[in-house]
Design a protein around this ligand. Structure first.
Ligand SMILES: CC(C)(COP(=O)(O)OP(=O)(O)OC[C@H]1O[C@@H](n2cnc3c(N)ncnc32)[C@H](O)[C@@H]1OP(=O)(O)O)[C@@H](O)C(=O)NCCC(=O)NCCS
Length: 189
């Protein structure tokens, strides 16, 4: 893993895919962000409770988006609308990262998050030189696992009733990918 990982993340505060731009949040995104943050269907399987007001969103932009280097909002190039967020949390001692993502429900199942995660994995392995990236989803939220699979991540098991989220015990489905495996997966694409 590169020692100057903070600098690398800063240098990559803007990334691009075919249809999307990943960039730092601005207060101008607040209304767009409220659209997905206030939708209970969207936040159902998230540890995050979402937000109901613009003030909560602005607080989230300052405390989360601006205070952590590995957080990007997802902007649709065509309309410049902010339709989601992805973040990575580095664990330098293990040379790995975990990620989380959320997308406005009006844009689900169009391949957007697969496009986003692909570019984030490339950043993790090619620029940050991490050894491993991992994440999880809860049973019931299979679309999330599908995105991980489409990006080459491997299913690693289920922790039954591994967490209690919003009062419900959730089975945790774990996924991971090593740099070695990602390199061979990316070569085949
Ligand atoms: C999970 C999420 C980010 C996926 O984003 P997305 O842009 O819709 O993902 P993609 O379109 O790239 O891929 C979704 C895939 O899941 C599949 N899928 C959707 N619902 C599914 C389900 N219930 N079971 C199985 N597959 C499902 C889609 O068919 C698609 O696969 P395909 O391309 O082979 O058809 C989005 O649904 C979301 O924001 N959900 C709410 C927040 C959340 O749960 N975040 C993840 C927390 S772990």
């Amino acid at each position: 893993m590169k020692e100057n990982y903070k600098e690398i993340l800063y240098d990559n505060h803007k990334l691009e895919t075919n249809r999307l731009v990943l960039r730092k949040a601005s207060k101008k995104d607040a209304l767009d962000m409220l659209e997905y943050a206030s939708d209970v269907e969207t936040t159902k399987y998230l540890d995050w409770t979402g937000a109901k007001t613009i003030d909560e969103i602005i607080k989230g932009i300052i405390d989360f988006h601006w205070s952590n280097p590995g957080v990007w909002v997802i902007e649709l190039k065509e309309t410049q609308k902010c339709i989601g967020t992805i973040d990575i949390r580095l664990k330098p001692e293990h040379e790995k990262a975990e990620f989380g993502f959320v997308l406005n429900r009006n844009y689900w199942n169009s391949g957007y998050m697969t496009e986003v995660l692909s570019v984030i994995l490339k950043l993790c392995f090619m620029e940050l030189d991490l050894n491993r990236v991992e994440s999880f989803h809860y049973v019931g939220n299979e679309g999330s696992g599908k995105v991980m699979q489409k990006c080459g991540m491997k299913f690693e098991g289920i922790s039954e009733q591994g967490v209690k989220i919003k009062g419900i015990f959730r089975d945790v489905v774990r996924y991971g990918i090593t740099k070695d495996y990602w390199c061979s997966f990316a070569k085949k694409k």
